[in-house]
Design a binder for this molecule. Structure first.
Ligand SMILES: [Zn+2]
Length: 62
């Protein structure tokens, strides 16, 4: 089961192919090659990466 690397919540909504939204901390997650990539949605609608905040182990799908 996938969980949010930021808040550990499993309350994720699917918003596209390999794309999820965390309803708990409001970040967007995408999955590619068993790795979770995290993005914050800015006020203007653009995405900024949050991946620097997490080490690779916490972003790997187990
Ligand atoms: Zn979260």
């Amino acid at each position: 089961m996938m969980k949010c690397p930021n808040c550990q919540s499993k309350d994720l909504g699917k918003i596209g192919i390999n794309q999820y939204y965390c309803w708990n901390c409001f970040i967007e997650l995408s999955v590619n090659k068993e790795m979770i990539y995290t993005h914050q949605v800015e006020e203007d609608g653009s995405l900024s990466s949050l991946d620097d905040l997490f080490d690779e182990d916490s972003r790997k799908l187990s």
